[in-house]
Design a protein around this ligand. Structure first.
Ligand SMILES: [Zn+2]
Length: 408
């Protein structure tokens, strides 16, 4: 049993793009053997029989194909992988955002939009958001990322400019709004919060209720490989997105989502590409017709700790629900493949009273069966440590929920 976001009739006029992508993948020597000639992409049923692509497969294909845009420059961006050397994805100027803007207009000419996605280091999101804002004709403040000492002054500036919209990854937005809340800064004119790159964080709703009660969230889902796949509005659940008509979303029996681009301008050969996200096709109460995509999160949020599965996202979410905690991160230390310790790093929410670290440690240890069982003989191997900043991957700019460290 499989399901697609497009009906066979709606997909048919666009499937020539998938057929061409299949030809391109067949031209990659390292991948050709996976696509014998009896396989094709002539229909949705046929497409569902193709093998899915993983991130490494796509990088292998791109290294061979080195695609170039027809009518513009070709931009290189970081694509996938939180460790090791940068992997590369390609996009033309415009970043396919005209196709997004045709179906989703969170911004209009009256907006003052703060682009808080980090720029540089081959990150794509800042430029993608800039392209969308450009199409909307609004006023743009290209802020990028700031250091922790700079939030206060910038927040005062943004309040004085009466900004109406801001966009960033949810973990960065949390820092903005937690700082504003702690410093007593209000953004009464802020109406729109655009987000992309991570799941929405419910704590943002709490912060927004105080800092910017008129603000509503507008989400995009995608990756540097697929670019924007779907969008949502304040009337949709935060984990439900409406796929764009040039993005074919498929759910397989194992519950994983895969994506096939049907945009002829797409440079990355995205054909049944898996981001690692699980999900399902569902309806949406907002009333937009057609199947929507519910993203259930990365399957890889569960990590093995002494033979037991520890759900990192759940542990982080539990910690972040604690008053006084703005953000949390799990650091797993291993020696020879065995977990020697789990440390939870917590960033306090501004100058408000710091969280009671020892009490939090005891609560989490008691409530998380995996921790209690794995460390029953050495409970001191689970620690909670207050820090100023979480461990950020300087190369990708991402702050992962989990950091694994190998002890020597
Ligand atoms: Zn909806």
């Amino acid at each position: 049993m499989t399901a697609f976001s497009l009906s066979p009739e709606a997909a048919a006029p666009r499937l020539h793009v998938a057929r061409r992508t299949l030809d391109r993948l067949r031209a990659v020597p390292a991948l050709a053997g996976r696509y014998p000639q009896h396989l094709d992409a002539g229909s949705l049923d046929r497409l569902a029989q193709l093998p899915p692509l993983a991130r490494d497969d796509l990088n292998t294909a791109l290294a061979h194909l080195e695609p170039a845009a027809d009518g513009s420059a070709t931009w290189l961006f970081q694509s996938g992988g939180s460790t090791g050397a940068p992997k590369i994805g390609y996009a033309p100027t415009g970043f396919y955002m005209a196709g997004v803007h045709a179906h989703w207009q969170p911004l209009d000419r009256t907006d003052v939009f703060v682009n808080a996605w980090g720029a540089g280091r081959m990150w794509g999101a800042h430029f993608l958001a800039a392209a969308l804002a450009d199409l909307s004709g609004c006023r743009i403040i290209a802020l990028g990322s700031v250091t922790k000492d700079e939030y206060g002054a910038w927040l005062e500036f943004l309040a004085a400019r009466r900004v109406t919209a801001i966009g960033g990854t949810p973990s960065v937005l949390r820092l903005w709004f937690a700082h504003a809340r702690a410093a007593g800064i209000r953004l009464p004119s802020l109406r729109k919060v655009l987000w992309l790159g991570e799941a929405w964080q419910p704590q943002l709703d709490d912060d927004l209720a105080e800092v910017a009660p008129g603000a509503r969230r507008w989400g995009m889902f995608g990756s540097t490989e697929t670019w924007v796949v779907g969008t949502n509005t304040p009337d949709c659940r935060a984990d439900v997105f409406h796929p764009l008509p040039h993005q074919l979303v498929h759910t397989a029996d194992d519950g994983l989502l895969d994506f096939t681009t049907l945009d002829p301008a797409m440079l990355n050969p995205v054909l049944r590409y898996r981001t690692g996200d699980a999900g399902e096709l569902t309806g949406c109460p907002c009333g937009r017709p057609g199947p929507a995509m519910r993203v259930l999160g990365r399957r890889d949020s569960v990590v093995q700790v002494r033979g037991l599965g520890l759900d990192v996202d759940e542990l982080v979410a539990r910690a972040e629900r604690t008053p006084g905690v703005a953000r949390a991160q799990v650091v797993l230390t291993e020696r020879g493949g065995r977990a020697t310790g789990v440390e939870l790093l917590v960033v306090a929410a501004g100058p408000a009273p710091a969280p009671d670290v020892e009490r939090l440690r005891t609560e989490l240890f008691t409530a998380t069966i995996t921790l209690g069982t794995a460390f029953q003989h050495d409970p001191g191997s689970f620690r909670v440590r207050p820090v100023d900043e979480l461990v950020c991957n300087g190369r990708t700019g991402k702050t992962a929920a989990l950091v694994v460290r190998e002890e020597s």
